[in-house]
Design a protein around this ligand. Structure first.
Ligand SMILES: Nc1nc2c(ncn2[C@@H]2O[C@H](COP(=O)(O)OP(=O)(O)OP(=O)(O)O)[C@@H](O)[C@H]2O)c(=O)[nH]1
Ligand SMILES: [Mg+2]
Length: 207
């Protein structure tokens, strides 16, 4: 069983200074509003409503942390999955949008316990200007990135391969980048994503 299946709600924060002190490794989920972040967390955790998902863009407004319990320490956490607010939701006021940019940029650039970044991109949209802006914050941190091309069930196989190629090319300035097609509904790329995330939280020593 994947350790991610044991995830449970830990805490929410509206601002960076409300987050707990950095501790166990964190894997964050970032991407445009409605790209499927909360849905991806739910399917990786094998739970229906751990992170809420919604047809209404802009639903996740807080930083939501989900803890993966440490099997050796019932009080402790092995790591965290972190659902970050989506960006690019048109009808949100400009001021609020900039606040989100502060939260996202600040989290990505300063969070000491950040072990890996899952960047979700709707496969039909590809890399947008806002994704680029995010990539520019991420690249200098040297943090590894797993790009999930979400809603891959909307594309036939050949187009998925093309989309992966295009995203890898467009995000080439991120040093440690992997890109995979992902679908929560068709369970495409689930194993590969889970393996990468588990390894960030609890690195396996390869002999
Ligand atoms: N076809 C398809 N639809 C999906 C998939 N994943 C998510 N969706 C749909 O996309 C919509 C948005 O999903 P969410 O998971 O709420 O997106 P989000 O990125 O968390 O959105 P915000 O919280 O607004 O940032 C929902 O209607 C989901 O059902 C997928 O793999 N395939
Ligand atoms: Mg969400």
């Amino acid at each position: 069983m994947s350790i991610l299946h044991r995830a449970s709600f830990f805490t929410s924060a509206a601002r960076l200074d409300q987050l707990p002190e950095p501790g166990a490794p964190e894997v964050c989920f970032v991407g445009r509003s409605n790209c499927g972040k909360s849905t991806a967390i739910n399917v990786l955790a094998n739970q229906k409503r751990l992170a809420f998902s919604s047809k209404t863009p802009g639903r996740t407004r807080l930083i939501n942390m989900f803890g993966i319990p440490d099997p050796l320490d019932p009080e402790g956490q092995l790591g965290f999955l972190v659902d970050l607010p989506g960006y690019g939701y048109a009808s949100v006021a400009h001021r609020a949008r900039e606040e989100w940019a502060d939260v996202l940029g600040g989290y990505l650039q300063t969070r000491a316990s950040l072990a890996g970044i899952v960047l979700l991109i709707d496969i039909r949209r590809g890399v947008t200007d806002l994704d680029r802006r995010l990539a520019n914050w991420i690249a200098p941190t040297g943090r590894p990135v797993l790009a999930l091309l979400t809603k891959a069930d909307k594309f036939p196989y050949g187009q998925r391969i093309k989309a992966i190629f295009a995203v890898k090319k467009e995000l080439a300035d991120i040093g440690a980048l992997n890109a995979v097609a992902f679908s929560a509904t068709a369970r495409i790329g689930l194993e590969e994503a889970a393996q990468q995330i588990e390894n960030w939280i609890s690195p396996q020593v390869v002999p």
